[in-house]
Design a binder for this molecule. Structure first.
Ligand SMILES: *Cc1c(COP(=O)(O)O)cnc(C)c1O
Length: 390
């Protein structure tokens, strides 16, 4: 074997996004013990930083030592018990996974199916919860990465509260890219991921639980089926009062990286980061439209950080992506599920949401399209993208 040296890519897919050199440098610092007092001090700062990130006072806010999918599973295995009815809104891939999680935790799913590329309709959610007074949880995806749709989280949470349901919200792609206001909206359980708008290396999933959610975990009749994700055990490490006890070995260097990404985010300002994502999206959208590409999602429900555009008639989408990677070291995403072959997903997440990446993406796409018998004008696209930057 020989050392692995990855090629230098620009990451503009659905995640991971470009990891800033400052974060990589933080991750390369010396490993110390995960119960070392110096490390525990860093953990306390990290928890405070995550509370500010989620805009919450929730005491139990910490990063799960595994990717976003593990944050999802942590929420479901702890809050769902045998026989519980959970209403899940499905408007893409990640809603499907939530249903899987409910069933595996022994719960009963009531699905609200929404056409891919459309946002959940609060009136339909209200009616479904009225029809299912036995439901105790509403679960939804805030930013559906498979389509690029933003859900109206405030409205969905208000409906859940009216029907005395707890809420589980997937904020993997939303956190850091668009406003996420956990306490203001009254979200009970939320999870995100390190590798999307936080621009950190993949492998960590910050989560946060309200007092109501913890009350539900404490009053379970049966133990949580997962030992690793059982909050009552994890809390002894992340929320140890009067000393921490060993639960699992924290991914020490990965946590340095997450800590640094929060330092960088607060240097910029969370609101300023949301504004930057919005501004970069406008610029990219103007350029893509000048290339003749059309968006999948209506403007008012579009995610700035995930741009799903339709593949033009007669163009082989996979060979365009392969060409972009080969010739321009640029990664963009393919469509998933029913969108496979029909859309590209262009991410503008975290560090990747910058003018340099937009210009590269437009130039490279114009080149790729032109070489695939679909002439496109790079100069016109760049001019359109620059014109809206102000
Ligand atoms: C990426 C993503 C996940 C899964 O995160 P992993 O880190 O890949 O496990 C879950 N939900 C949404 C909306 C995502 O975009």
């Amino acid at each position: 074997m020989q050392s692995f040296h990855p090629p230098l890519r620009t990451l503009m897919g659905p995640g991971p996004s470009d990891v800033h050199p400052r974060i990589l440098e933080a991750m390369a610092r010396p490993t110390i013990g995960h119960l070392d007092p110096a490390f525990q001090g860093m953990m306390e700062e990290l928890k405070e930083g995550l509370k500010a990130l989620f805009k919450t006072e929730n005491r139990l806010t910490f990063p799960v030592s595994a990717p976003g999918s593990a944050g999802m599973e942590t929420c479901f295995v702890n809050l769902v018990e045998e026989g519980d009815t959970v209403v899940v809104i499905k408007n893409g891939v990640f809603g499907n996974r939530m249903c899987e999680n409910v069933t595996r935790a022994g719960g009963v799913v009531v699905e609200i199916n929404v056409e891919w590329g459309k946002a959940p309709d609060p009136a339909v959610v209200d009616a479904t919860l009225s029809d299912h007074p036995e439901a105790c949880i509403l679960a939804f995806v805030h930013a559906e990465t498979s389509t690029g749709v933003l859900a109206d989280a405030a409205a969905l949470c208000a409906i859940a509260q009216k029907h005395k349901c707890l809420t589980i919200m997937d904020a993997v792609t939303s956190v850091g890219g668009v406003p996420v206001l956990i306490d203001e909206w009254g979200v009970d359980a939320v999870y995100t991921g390190s590798q999307k708008c936080l621009s950190c290396a993949p492998g960590l999933s910050p989560v946060s639980f309200s007092e109501r959610a913890l009350e539900r975990v404490r009053s379970r009749a049966t133990p949580v089926h997962s030992w690793f994700m059982d909050l009552s055990l994890v809390m002894a490490y992340w929320d140890g009062q009067g000393g921490r006890s060993y639960h699992h070995t924290a991914p020490v260097n990965a946590l340095y990286g997450l800590h640094e990404s929060l330092v960088m985010l607060f240097e910029e300002g969370l609101e300023e980061a949301w504004d930057r994502h919005a501004a970069m999206h406008k610029s990219l959208a103007a350029g893509l439209e000048a290339l003749g590409l059309e968006f999948l999602v209506a403007e008012d429900i579009r995610l700035p950080q995930l741009n799903a555009v339709k593949v033009p008639e007669g163009v082989d989408e996979a060979s365009i992506r392969a060409y972009l990677l080969d010739a321009h070291n640029l990664e963009i995403g393919a469509g998933l599920g029913p969108m496979a072959g029909k859309v590209w997903r262009i991410g503008l997440m975290g560090t990747s949401a910058c003018e340099k990446n937009i210009d590269l993406c437009l130039t490279a796409l114009a080149d790729a399209l032109t070489r695939h018998q679909h002439p496109a004008d790079a100069a016109k696209a760049l001019a359109a993208a620059k014109a809206v930057r102000g």
